[in-house]
Design a protein around this ligand. Structure first.
Ligand code: ZN
Length: 317
């Protein structure tokens, strides 16, 4: 059928033109549809770019990214999103499979972006486990839940969003996408600058928690520790899919007594037993939700977290 070929070519050209025209026209007025894997990333992007973007996220904040399966409605959201932003393999494993069908330029892995732009901000898992367990506890963990598949990407601690510098770097990575796709670069850069300034201004008390000792529920707070100069002495459960033994918790709670330590528990994990044992020993417990479930902006989330830590420090000292 020789005659159909030019027609097909013409149709392709026409549909390309018609696809381009409304998009570039719409670009000025319509926000860019961005979907993120988890809520904290959505908060960063929304706060930084405001009306330039329309942001939604996949994982319900009460769920743990380490244990989640996608629903059909999640797939619909993903198909409608212009840009999908996630941390990367090693955290949101629930999403890895379906991303294979997506053009790579419409997906942004923050881990990969950070490895290119600011690898010095990344924490390697062996390093964060050393931070987390102290030196005497090294034998407790055989394998972190994050490091089940051992390739180089997975060897980086994926809880990136708990660092203010990385939150700004994440905004920069999304900003690059926006300017490459027709958004005004001055507006985008200005938005990132304002976000960084607001975040710094809202958390200027951060020096008040220098060297605060912490025990955390799971291995999620190494970036926060670096950012705020905290010292994580122990982790209750290094593997997120294994419940901690009561004896281990008792040992840890005895430590909190002698060493003026705050204990962070997380709503995603059933911490009833942990709470009970720690409270019996008079430990100071704060509940921190690393998934920012209750928060409507990243700055507010980080500011609340900081206030909780400051309050805990004033109780133990
Ligand atoms: Zn985690």
């Amino acid at each position: 059928m020789p005659t159909t070929k030019p027609i097909q070519a013409m149709i392709v050209i026409l549909s390309l033109l018609s696809a381009l025209a409304p998009t570039s026209h719409a670009r000025a007025e319509e926000p860019v549809k961005i979907l993120t894997s988890i809520k904290p990333l959505a908060l960063i992007i929304e706060e930084a770019f405001g009306e330039i973007v329309s942001v939604d996220y996949l994982l319900p904040p009460q769920a743990s990214p380490h244990h989640y399966s996608l629903k059909p409605s999640d797939l619909r959201k993903l198909n409608q999103a212009e840009l999908f932003v996630w941390v990367g393999p090693g955290l949101e494993n629930f999403v890895s499979g379906i991303l294979k069908n997506r053009p790579s330029e419409s997906t942004l892995s923050l881990l990969e972006a950070m490895e290119l732009s600011s690898p010095n901000l990344l924490i390697h898992l062996d390093e964060s486990e050393r931070h987390s367990h102290g030196h005497q506890e090294v034998s407790v963990h055989s394998e972190s839940a994050h490091a089940e598949d051992n390739n180089s990407e997975h060897a980086i601690d994926p809880h990136l969003w708990l660092s203010r510098s990385i939150a700004v770097a994440a905004a920069q990575a999304v900003g690059s996408y926006l300017t490459e796709h027709g958004n005004d670069s001055e507006a985008v850069l200005g938005a990132i600058g304002t976000f960084a300034e607001n975040l710094t201004a809202a958390t200027q008390d951060s020096g008040k928690v220098d060297d605060l000792h912490l025990i955390t529920y799971h291995n999620a707070f190494a970036y926060l520790a670096v950012d705020l100069k905290l010292i994580i002495t122990d982790v209750v459960t290094p593997q997120t899919d294994v419940n901690p033994g009561a004896r281990h918790i008792v040992q840890l709670s005895e430590k909190t007594h002698s060493q003026q330590t705050c204990v962070i528990v997380e709503p995603q994990f059933n911490s009833g037993l942990v709470d009970k044992i720690f409270r019996q020993k008079g430990a100071h417990i704060i509940e921190v939700d690393p998934m920012a479930g209750e928060h409507s902006s990243y700055t507010e989330f980080f500011n609340t977290l900081l206030k909780q830590l400051i309050a805990c420090r004033s109780q133990i000292s």
